[in-house]
Design a protein around this ligand. Sequence first.
Ligand SMILES: *Cc1c(COP(=O)(O)O)cnc(C)c1O
Length: 403
Amino acid sequence: MRVQEQWLWVTDMGIIDIDKAYVAGTYNRFPVEIVGGKGSIYFGADGKEYIDMGTGIGVTAFGIADDEWQKAVTDQLSKVQHTSNLYYTEPCAILAKMLCEKTGMKKVFFANSGAEANECAIKVARKYAAEKKGEEYYHIITLENSFHGRTLTTLAATGQEVFHKLFNPLTPGFVSVKANDIEELKRVATEKKAAGILLECVQGEGGVLPLDAEYIKAVEAFAKQNDIVLMIDEVQTGNGRTGMLYAYQNFGISPDVVTTAKGLSGGLPLGACMMNEKTENVLGFSDHGSTFGGNPVCSAAAINVLSRINDALLEDVKKKSDYIFEEFKNAKGVESVSGMGLMIGIKPIGSASDIVKECINRGVICLTAKTKVRLLPALNIPFDTLKNAVDVIKTVCAEFGGN
Ligand SMILES: *Cc1c(COP(=O)(O)O)cnc(C)c1O
């Protein structure tokens, strides 16, 4: 595929060749160029349609070029696209109010990504502990197999050595413990004088693994007793993905800090770090900041997304989730199914990456997570589209399942 008419003055190379030549080689892209889409369908430059079961890694919560979302974005775009954080704008204020009212949290700091939302959370935990208990309380406890981002600090928080290799030294003061082992967490947190605990209720990149409900409750109780800041990373699990607005709400806990990004604004870069009554005043004037954070266009998009995640939609998410679980459990070539809501990991007998490649050949885009095929469809994916995608993925799993 050659470039569009208006860019012909730059080059007449093919897009995939230009990308390979000039974009840093950090991604192993599939040989598909996406030129458009609508709802849960992507249009490829090859003229093919693809059912989107990945939503750009949990981002386009209401699909591609959704009418209502697009109107919210373009309305704001035609007024003012950016002001810096030196002035007030309506979308930023309204969005913060909505987030607080829907969660019971008290204040929000806006960033541009999941990693940055987590950076903010870590600063909150460190400052809270430094002021309250002393500066030797700085350790952040995270879990093995977690994922919290790619900055040097959120990499330190990420409990997977493969991401650390050759980037050391990372930010000090992080230690990861085995998930679902409350005794180890208590021991390490006490020994290290922990400032905070950071965890995902469902480990996404780690393989779509929900933590044990009793474990999450026990972590909350331990954090409360010891005045340790409990931070829940809802970057992937948030914004309706698991069948509740935020995944922690499935477990009946009240975290001190909640971070989110990915699906929050449905396809524009926005991260949020929410703080409760314990942590709302930790960050004061000049303690943190961001040029783009809370950008009015991204915020207007997020207001649209949040206003649509209501009880009826969440019920629908759960129904679709039940359907997917039902279809894949005991399916040919499938070992097990894990996850929550529309965040699902299928452990195939065959290779997950081979299966995902073949699914793309057959017009269905899905993701991997470790050795699993990961599904993160749009929250409003039409049922018949979902069914068509599930049929293809099931067929491919069976074909690659060795029988
Ligand atoms: C994707 C992800 C991040 C990082 O988000 P970015 O926007 O890529 O910085 C952090 N935590 C979790 C749980 C994620 O899934």
